[in-house]
Design a protein around this ligand. Structure first.
Ligand SMILES: Nc1ncnc2c1ncn2[C@@H]1O[C@H](COP(=O)(O)OP(=O)(O)OP(=O)(O)O)[C@@H](O)[C@H]1O
Length: 518
C-alpha cells in the first residue's frame, strides 16, 4: 500500500500554508487549493474515476507538512490510499510545496458538518481506515488473498485514455474527440428518452434534413452528450464524406475569442460555415455572452440557409433561456425541440444492467447481486451520472474482494452517495438556515425591506437557491416575497463577485453550503 509521503524527506521551516483545526474554519484559499489539486488528479485519472473516489474527499486542514483529508467512508479511504495516494500527494504538492504527507481518514459516521466536530481517531496513511463491518470483513479477506496474488485489480475503464482513441477529423477540424463509450448501441432506450433517441437516430442516419435544428434538452446527466456523440459516430458511417463538427458552446466561444485575438475572423467563419453538420453541446453556456451569441446566430443562420444540419443541446427549452437573445430563442424553435425526461425505474435498471454487462465482459470476476442493481435503481433517481458513479465504485469493490457484492456491502460502500441522493435541499430550508446564520428574521428575509442587514442575507439565500436547487429564476423570485427574476439575477451576480473579493463572504457561503448539503 503506498504511503502518502514525500520522497524528499521532511522539509524544514514553516509550511507555506495556514494551519487550522476544524473544517468550519477551513480558509477559502486552502479549499481553493484543494479544488485545484483535485482538478489535477481528474486530468490524470479521468472524470469517472475522479468522481467515484476523489470528488467527495474533503480537506480538513494543512500544517506541519501534513494535509488532512477525510473520506466519506472507510472503504473509500482504503481504496484511495491504495490506488491514488501518490497522485494525491503530487497534485497537492503543486499547491503546498512543503507538503510531506497526506493524512487520510474516514469521516465520522453520520456526523453532520454543523455538529461540533470531535476529531475522529486519525489513521496513519499506511494503515487501513475504519471501514464498516460488512466492508471491513470483505476487505480483510481480500487483503489476505492479495498478499498471495498481487497485482491489484483493474477497477474500471479510464475514459480519459479512451477518449484519445477516436476523433472524426483530427486535422483542421475544431471537433472534440468522440467518446467511444457514447454510441447508439450503448444508449439504453426507455419511455422517458425514446422520442429524443428516435429523432437523434433519424438525423444521424443521413438522408434529407428533416428537423433543423434538432434541439435536445434535459436536466443534467440524462444523456444529451451521449446522444450527440452517438450521432457523430453514426454520421461518420452513414455520411463519411460529410464534415461533422461537434463541440461544446464553451469551446465555440474560446475559438471565437481566439480568432478575435489573432484577427482571424475570416478563418473562423470559413471553418464553421463550411461544415455539413454542426453540433453544439450545452448551448446555455453562451447565453448572456453578447458577441459570442451574435456570432453563433450568424453561423447558425448561414448553415440552416444552406440546408446544413444543426444539432444543439441545452439544459432547458429554448423558450426558458432567459439570457439568450430573443431572435436566437425563436430560431432555435424552428426545428424539432425534444426533451429527455427524468428516468423511470425500468430505464435506470436497464442502464445499470447494460453497464454492468459491459464491465463484466472485461472483468468477469466482478459479480454484483441483481438485488443490488434494483436497490440502486430505486434509490438513485436524479442523474444517470451518479448511478454510474455508484456502479463504478461497486465494481471496483467487487473486483477487490473477489466475491459477489450483496446489499449490505453495497449500502456501506455507497453510504455517502446514498445519503446525497436522499437529500434534496429546498428553498425554504435555505431561507431558514441563512436567516439563522445572519441572525435576521425569516419574515424580514421575505419582506420588501431593503436595509443592507437584510438585503445581503437575502441575496446570499437567492444565490444558494440558484446553486443548490433546480428551481428556475422566476420560481426563486416568487419564493422570496414575489420578487422578479431580474432581482434574483442581480443577487446572484453580486454574490458571485463578492465571493471572489471578500474572504468572509467566501467562508460564509462554503459553510452554509456544507450545512445544507449535509
Ligand atoms: N439512456 C442511457 N443509456 C446509457 N447511458 C446513459 C443513458 N443516459 C445517460 N447515460 C450515461 O450517463 C452519463 C451522463 O450522460 P450525459 O453526459 O450524456 O448527460 P448530459 O445530459 O449531457 O448531462 P449534462 O447536462 O450534465 O452535460 C454518461 O456516462 C452516459 O453514458
Amino acid at each position: 500500500m503506498p504511503a502518502m509521503t514525500s520522497p524528499d524527506g521532511p522539509a524544514h521551516g514553516r509550511p507555506a500554508y495556514p494551519s487550522f483545526e476544524s473544517p468550519r474554519s477551513c480558509p477559502p484559499a486552502l479549499v481553493a487549493a484543494w479544488d485545484r489539486a483535485k482538478g489535477r488528479v481528474r486530468d490524470e485519472i479521468g472524470e469517472a474515476l475522479h468522481d467515484s473516489w476523489i470528488a467527495n474527499l474533503e480537506i480538513e486542514g494543512a500544517g506541519q507538512g501534513v494535509a488532512k483529508l477525510t473520506a466519506p467512508t472507510g472503504f473509500i479511504a482504503e481504496w484511495v490510499d491504495r490506488y491514488y495516494a501518490e497522485s494525491l500527494l503530487r497534485a497537492l504538492r503543486a499547491e503546498l510545496p512543503n507538503l510531506q504527507r497526506v493524512d487520510l481518514r474516514a469521516a465520522p459516521r453520520g456526523a453532520a458538518p454543523e455538529a461540533s466536530e470531535a476529531p475522529a481517531p486519525r489513521r496513519e496513511a499506511s494503515r487501513p481506515a475504519q471501514a464498516a463491518p460488512a466492508v471491513r470483513d470483505a476487505l480483510a479477506s481480500a487483503t489476505a488473498a492479495r498478499r498471495e496474488a498481487e497485482p491489484a485489480p483493474a477497477p474500471a475503464p479510464r475514459p480519459a485514455e479512451a477518449r484519445t482513441a477516436a476523433t472524426t477529423d483530427p486535422g483542421e477540424s475544431p471537433s472534440i474527440p468522440l467518446d467511444p463509450r457514447f454510441t447508439f448501441d450503448r444508449f439504453v432506450v426507455g419511455k422517458p428518452n425514446e422520442l429524443a433517441h428516435a429523432a437523434a437516430r433519424r438525423v444521424a442516419e443521413g438522408g434529407d434534413v428533416t428537423f433543423n435544428p434538432l434541439f435536445l434538452y434535459s436536466a443534467s446527466g440524462l444523456g444529451k452528450t451521449h446522444l450527440m456523440h452517438a450521432m457523430a459516430w453514426r454520421l461518420a458511417e452513414s455520411r463519411p464524406e460529410a464534415k461533422v463538427v461537434l463541440l461544446t458552446a464553451e469551446q465555440f466561444m474560446y475559438r471565437f475569442i481566439q480568432a478575435l485575438r489573432s484577427k482571424d475572423m475570416i478563418g473562423f467563419k470559413q471553418i464553421f460555415r463550411s461544415v455539413d453538420v454542426l453540433m453544439i453541446d450545452d448551448v446555455q453556456f453562451i447565453a448572456g455572452k453578447d458577441s459570442t451569441q451574435e456570432e453563433f446566430f450568424h453561423t447558425f443562420n448561414a448553415l440552416v440557409d444552406q440546408g446544413k444540419q444543426v444539432v444543439i443541446s441545452g439544459d432547458r427549452n429554448p423558450v426558458d433561456m432567459e439570457h439568450l437573445e430573443e431572435r436566437i430563442r425563436s430560431r432555435l424553435q424552428w426545428g424539432l425541440v425534444v426533451d429527455l425526461h427524468p428516468t423511470d425505474y425500468e430505464l435506470r435498471l436497464g442502464i445499470l444492467q447494460s453497464k454492468l454487462d459491459l464491465l463484466q465482459a472485461s472483468h468477469p470476476e466482478v459479480v454484483i447481486q441483481p438485488r443490488v442493481l434494483e436497490f440502486l435503481a430505486h434509490r438513485i433517481s436524479s442523474n444517470v451520472r451518479v448511478l454510474e458513479g455508484a456502479l463504478t465504485r461497486l465494481t471496483a469493490f467487487a473486483s477487490l474482494v473477489g466475491r459477489p457484492v450483496d446489499l449490505d456491502m453495497a449500502q456501506e460502500c455507497l453510504a455517502d452517495i446514498l445519503r446525497a441522493a436522499d437529500r434534496k435541499v429546498t428553498v425554504e430550508e435555505i431561507q431558514r438556515k441563512v436567516a439563522a446564520h445572519y441572525n435576521v428574521r425569516l419574515t424580514d428575509l421575505l419582506s420588501p425591506r431593503r436595509a443592507r442587514v437584510v438585503a445581503r442575507p437575502r441575496q446570499v439565500a437567492m444565490w444558494l437557491a440558484k446553486t443548490l436547487t433546480s428551481k428556475s429564476l422566476p420560481d426563486i423570485g416568487r419564493r422570496f416575497g414575489g420578487r422578479d427574476h431580474t432581482t434574483v439575477i442581480h443577487a446572484c451576480k453580486t454574490i458571485e463577485k463578492l465571493k471572489e473579493t471578500d474572504s468572509q463572504m467566501a467562508e460564509d457561503l462554503e459553510l452554509l453550503r456544507r450545512m445544507l448539503e449535509g
